[in-house]
Design a protein around this ligand. Structure first.
Ligand code: FE2
Length: 482
């Protein structure tokens, strides 16, 4: 073999190697979105106008809290702008329909605001029922005039710690009607007595897009009228400001720092303090407020939700500034922070007990205080997973929902796939000193990456063998050429 041929062969080998290496280091990107032609776009918008047109009958009925879940309940709904005198009615629940008789129903006039979107104009109405009895079932309906919703039923929280469960979703965001519906409904069928639903941001892909909100409300449908939502905003609810949909359709606490009302807030539910932080803006301004909310915390358990992860499971992502701003606040909380629920990364990653950027191990677990960080995804947009040492459990290529139960000194956490199969499970056991021990209750299998990733692992291995072979050949030829 001549020197020229050898050089050409080695160069080709190196080129192939570079191409192979680059291609295997790429994330599996979603297929590029097809650009619509003007006619297609006009037809789509017309269809969206028809599909998501408000009418005189209430729709998008959703329960949230503005005040104490033991004595208040907020409800928000939508109608067309002809409905100007909206109201909600409430009564103590009974086994039959007679609660409607004998003056048992209380009517509360609604606050109404107009929301103009690219495809419609609507009135959003809200009522905050107050003066309710703790741990009591109520019926309510919303409307006015001749158009009323059905009577929905809910139960107020107990005013003391009592066992309950709630649902946590990561980003729904894309193809919500098509692909998020079964996840939302699957979670509800697995925990029909869930007392609330945490949404960790990016509920939709485009905050001002009313058709996407229409899909979001349709996917969970009447579930939202009976199980309150606890939403925190994601970056997709910002463009660049918080979408006007947010405050129009969610009636949330205004106990956060000024200017961050209904995005940064807290509430207490039966022995658990739930805190929503806004990871999209003014993150430093929330530090002092959070210190105070964690210091004056009457609840035994503390769960915090926000969108951008403190520790990122997705390949190539890291929110260092956010971690440096907020993680020390969690660590110095007098009662600790038990669980942090996040989204944004379109993968699954869940830590063990962490403190000072380290996972507690050995004897530390029985003496130190640590926080468990979880990132999950409920919608169909799925990214590649990074390989991070903090992950006790990780996953990609699956849509998930989480069922969390709190009872006395135990918090149990379970992640399930859209098929309802258990994907992750652990238990926190609160020690008398307030710290937690963690018990993994699903057999850990750190190599398991279900769905598409199995195929990708195979190709990654094949690629590695090919690269090694090419390197070997190249080195051999080069040595012989000397
Ligand atoms: Fe996001």
């Amino acid at each position: 073999m001549t020197r020229k041929v050898r050089i050409a062969t080695v160069s080709t080998g190196v080129a192939v190697l570079v191409v192979v290496a680059v291609s295997f280091s790429q994330e599996v990107a979603p297929p590029p979105r097809r650009v619509e032609d003007p006619q297609e776009k006009a037809a789509r918008i017309e269809l969206e106008k028809q599909t998501h047109r408000p009418g005189p009958v209430p729709d998008r009925v959703i329960l949230t809290w503005k005040g104490d879940p033991a004595t208040t309940q907020a409800v928000t709904w939508r109608t067309d702008p002809t409905v100007t005198e909206a109201a909600a009615e409430i009564a103590l629940s009974e086994g039959g329909p007679r609660f409607t008789q004998g003056g048992k129903v209380r009517r509360v006039p609604a606050q109404t605001q107009l929301l103009k979107t690219a495809i419609n104009e609507a009135h959003y109405h809200s009522v905050n029922f107050d003066g309710l009895k703790p741990k009591t079932k109520y019926v309510y309906r919303v409307g006015g005039g001749k158009s009323w919703s059905e009577w929905f039923q809910f139960e107020t929280a107990s005013d003391r710690p009592e066992p309950f469960g709630f649902i946590y979703f990561g980003d729904a965001q894309n193809d919500i009607k098509a692909h998020w519906s079964r996840v939302a409904r699957g979670a509800f069928s697995d925990m029909p007595k869930a007392r609330f639903i945490v949404h960790a941001g990016d509920l939709v892909d485009s905050g001002p897009n009313d058709a996407q909100w229409g899909e979001w409300h349709t996917a969970a449908g009447w579930i939202n009228g009976m199980v309150p939502s606890v939403p925190t905003p994601g970056n997709h609810e910002y463009s660049p400001k918080l979408t006007a949909h947010w405050r129009a359709q969610f009636t949330l606490p205004e106990n956060g720092p000024p200017g961050l009302e209904e995005t940064c807030y807290y509430l207490d539910f039966q022995g658990v303090r739930i805190i929503s932080l806004n990871s999209n803006e003014r993150t430093a301004d929330q530090v002092g407020w959070l210190d105070r909310v964690l210091a004056n915390n009457p609840s035994r358990w503390t769960v915090i939700t926000f969108h951008h992860p403190i520790y990122s499971p997705a390949k190539g992502r890291d929110n260092k500034a956010l971690r440096e701003a907020w993680r020390p606040v969690f660590d110095r909380a007098p009662k600790g922070v038990d669980l942090v629920l996040q989204g944004h990364d379109h993968t699954y990653g869940r830590s063990g007990l962490m403190r000072d950027d380290n996972t507690l191990s050995g004897g530390q677990v029985f003496g130190e205080w640590g926080t468990v960080y979880a990132v999950s995804v409920s919608g169909p947009k799925l990214y590649g997973l990074g390989d991070q040492p903090w992950m006790a459990r990780r996953g990609e290529g699956v849509q998930l929902y989480q069922l969390i139960r709190v009872a006395g000194d135990r918090l149990t956490y379970e992640a399930r796939t859209a098929t309802g199969d258990q994907f992750d499970a652990f238990e926190l056991r609160k020690r008398p000193d307030g710290g937690n021990e963690i018990v993994e209750t699903k057999t850990p299998d750190l190599t398991e990456t279900p769905g598409e990733s199995n195929g990708r692992d195979y190709w990654n291995a094949a690629g590695a063998v090919l690269i090694l072979a090419l390197v070997g050949l190249g080195v051999g030829w080069a040595l012989r050429a000397r």
